[in-house]
Design a protein around this ligand. Sequence first.
Ligand SMILES: Nc1ncnc2c1ncn2[C@@H]1O[C@H](COP(=O)(O)OP(=O)(O)OP(=O)(O)O)[C@@H](O)[C@H]1O
Length: 560
Amino acid sequence: MSNEAFRLLSRGGAAFDKSKSEVQLFNKKKRTQGKDSTAVNSESGQIPLELDFFKYAQNNGKRKPSESSNQPKGKRRKTASDEEDGDEEETSPKERKSTTHRVTTKGTNVPSHVDSFEELKTYTIPSHLFANLASNGYRDPTSIQSYCIPIMLEGRDIAAISPTGTGKTLAYLLPIFSKLGSPAPSSSGDVGTGVRAVIVVPTRELAHQIHNECLKLAQGRKWKLVLFSKATANSLSQKAARDKVDIIISTPLRLVAALREGNLELNNVRHLVLDEADRMLDTEFMPQIQEIVAACSHSRLQKALFSATLPAGAERLAMEMLDDPVRVVVGLKDTPLPLIAQSLTYVADDPSKLPSLLTYLAQPYDPPVLIFTSTQTRATSLAEELVLNGISNVDCLHAGMTQKERDDSLSRMRKGESWVMITTEVMARGMDFKGVREVINYDFPTTIQSYVHRIGRTGRAGREGKAVTFFTDEDAPYLKVIANVILQSGFTVPDWILKLPKPSKLKRRQMGKVKRPDIVNPARKVGRRDAVKKRDMVAGSKRRAAKVAENSSGRNIVAF
Ligand SMILES: Nc1ncnc2c1ncn2[C@@H]1O[C@H](COP(=O)(O)OP(=O)(O)OP(=O)(O)O)[C@@H](O)[C@H]1O
């Protein structure tokens, strides 16, 4: 990434200079979407002003709202997920909108934002943290960081929503490290005993990544940062060892297991972060989150929720959980970055997807490409098919693999050894691969949020990205849902899609439940069936031959 690009983008303005962009793994000619005959046009139209929080500064705030956009103008538009949830954002005296940063804040006595890390010096922030910011290339705060860091430094609870790849991790890590001051054993003052901060995330891969981000800020001090796993939980079975821990990063299940075994206390926790908050508050994780929140019993507990998406239902739960919270929204809620060029590609039916993908991969592409399927079996099957079709450096990562396989796969991806990574929803949230330029939704996303997070694996930290979504006749009833998101991001979609009927609430719920075959290539299934049949026939004839031999030898004995 060019640091300059990210700084400008995240602070309010950038012009992409291709000559400055990162060296591409292949120096092949880039494809343009328009040349793809099956792609449904969503080439970038003008970005509506209210979405253009990145480019504002570039034009000194004089940019006119898009005229070509087919967005309705005037008052705040409902976001696609508002429509999904029937949410209407209220305007209250407490709500403030910053036109410079395209940030909306809501809450009582909202602390002022900062425009530089330098301005944070009015707070008590240890100098080594500033040094670590600089040494890791963090020159200026992104919009979400500008707003969240002061809010968290003031000790306020927060619900923060900012698009994918805009630096939410640092937005909560910097204030946590600052408030903790120094590692527990050397800290003076009110440190108490026991873990002081907990960050909860949906996947182990994401926990690992956040642990790495913590290490960047921790340089030069002996912070005790724990990536919670079975092994680390065991190493903390002695209370004395646990009491030295500063920050734990964990998935909810792992944390709850340790709490139930009596191998962890959270009564000294001062900062609790739920990253990917809407996922953390869904029905699968909610019971564990409630247990964790209940265990964090310190009277001065600060709670912070972060996500790129927060549908109305999750937001209601979030707000109930927080005390006198500040809500910060960067850009439009549940909306992908305008940096990600989005398109929809019609592929008729499931068997047609593989040839379409092979055609796509036969042309020059920017590796690594991230491809999302709906199930683990389909991910494995697609990876097999690509390998059999001669595609190089194909990898696969899903929750059905062993931890070692997952780690190896991720490590190949990080080293640039994977050119095509097939995955499932497990990689949709939070994962930060700076080099991913293209995301393909091989299987239609299950929800608006799934779409926003999946495609948000590209277009990170100010880079451009491209997202292609295959749709079949079966997905057509849900097409308008995703088309609305594309529209909201400032792109245009063909009129015929806009004219499609709006799916009912019931229909939308079925969006993630489209049944797809386990195997992506039905021809292979036939081949497999034949192979199995042949194997069984051979085994059968061997058995029969053995029986005949046995019988005839028996007769021989009788004869003798
Ligand atoms: N102030 C900054 N200056 C430069 N780079 C930054 C800054 N803040 C964050 N980054 C980089 O931006 C990238 C994206 O950050 P991060 O993963 O925190 O995004 P996110 O908003 O949490 O995304 P997601 O919603 O997908 O979880 C990371 O590579 C991070 O190192």
